[in-house]
Design a protein around this ligand. Structure first.
Ligand SMILES: Nc1ncnc2c1ncn2[C@@H]1O[C@H](COP(=O)(O)OP(=O)(O)OP(=O)(O)O)[C@@H](O)[C@H]1O
Ligand SMILES: [Mg+2]
Length: 356
């Protein structure tokens, strides 16, 4: 099922600090190809859940249209959209067994019990909880409850699966495991899936397509790697990557890019104030390098090591560079680095739009 979102906007009557209505989603336009896993990514309050609610029919848009394939579903009731939904706080019915929880949407549709049981078992097998069918939710771990919620969303074999932070209540390990499972289930079923998260690593690791949002406005749409390699503005560059990108105040003057009084590269871009973004993996230790950093300390992490340093032009307290663990470093207060050109981005200081 292809999803087309046109000029989708949601304004809430409540007012923000400036007395304006809250525009939770602002003129969103996306086409989601059939069978893809799409991530909605952005900080808290940027409009991810609101977008999902409009896709599900639980909220009506103020402006705009939603199409499932060629059908306009903008005002269609939720139960008629063929969707499976897992909420941010996946509420299971506490008094029901796992089986009854999963069967619930089918029972609601008056599907005969035998058939409903069979389908519930199929859905439970997909998420590998078929042995837990007789238990109550309070007898399950967080991850198992999560999977029951997913099975319940899958049981109708929806055309579209909508997941709102489905991993938020899990510990780090279970999160990793469950997200891989969601990816597997999504591949196996081929259901077009929209996955909401504020965790960029999570989005990067499982999504075919990522939509980065800020304050209700879509910033960039694309494959995760391509957005990481080509962020359109400072916000997106900052939001993706662990450890995060290093940002320096800099300037272009007479065909050179400067950080402080060091010229780090040549350019044909006209003179202007800029932010220079350098990914942690973009540094190459070199005694004759172009950028000098004052070393604070080293962190050794097995596969690689991290030089944590400071620089007066950095907009963050520390500058982090990641080097191969076998790179030999002298024990000096200051180290010089060359920069990998494809790991350096320039942004206009005012608009924060990317210029290189
Ligand atoms: N029912 C509502 N009435 C008024 N404002 C709302 C309502 N629901 C959401 N908002 C506002 O709309 C904006 C977007 O909210 P939304 O829940 O979509 O964010 P989110 O991206 O899902 O955030 P989070 O990551 O915290 O879940 C926020 O400013 C929020 O306060
Ligand atoms: Mg939310």
């Amino acid at each position: 099922m292809k999803i087309t979102i046109q000029h989708l906007t949601k304004a809430f009557p409540s007012r923000n600090k400036k007395g304006q209505p809250v525009i939770a989603v602002n003129d969103m336009n996306i086409e989601i190809p059939s069978g893809k896993l799409v991530g909605l990514l952005g900080p808290s309050g940027c409009g991810k859940s609101t977008t999902l609610f409009m896709l599900s029919g639980l909220e009506n848009p103020t402006v705009g249209r939603i199409l499932f394939d060629e059908q306009d579903v903008t005002t269609l009731a939720p139960e008629r959209r063929g969707i499976g939904l897992v909420f941010q706080n996946y509420a299971l019915y506490p008094h029901m067994t796992v089986q009854q929880n999963i069967m619930f949407p089918l029972t609601n549709m008056r599907i005969p019990a035998e058939e409903a049981k069979e389908k519930a078992l199929d859905a439970a097998r997909l998420v590998q909880i078929e042995d837990l069918m007789a238990r109550k939710p309070n007898e399950l771990s967080g991850g198992q409850q999560q999977r029951v919620a997913i099975a319940r969303a899958l049981v109708k074999m929806p055309n579209v699966l909508l997941l709102d932070e489905p991993l938020s209540n899990l510990d780090a390990r279970l999160r990793l495991q469950t997200r891989e499972e969601i990816k597997r289930i999504q591949r196996e079923t081929g259901i077009t899936t929209v996955f909401v998260t504020h965790d960029q690593e999570e989005a990067m690791s499982i999504c075919d397509i990522m939509v980065v949002m800020k304050l209700g406005i879509v910033q960039q749409i694309g494959e995760p790697q391509s957005i990481y390699d080509n962020p359109c503005n400072l916000f997106v560059a900052n939001f993706l990557g662990t450890p995060p990108i290093n940002i320096f105040k800099g300037r272009i003057e007479g065909g050179k890019v400067y950080i402080g009084d060091e010229a780090i590269m040549k350019t044909k871009i006209p003179d202007q104030e800029v932010f220079v973004g350098i990914r942690p993996e973009g540094f190459i230790y070199d005694e004759k390098g172009v950028l000098t950093l004052k070393v604070d300390h080293l962190e050794v992490m097995g596969r690689d090591k991290s030089v944590v340093s400071v620089h007066p032009s950095s907009t963050k307290p520390t500058v982090r560079s990641i080097l191969d663990s076998d790179v030999k470093l002298p024990s000096k207060d200051e180290l010089k680095f060359n920069l990998k050109p494809n790991k350096v981005f320039l942004f206009n200081a005012e608009s924060e739009e990317r210029i290189l």
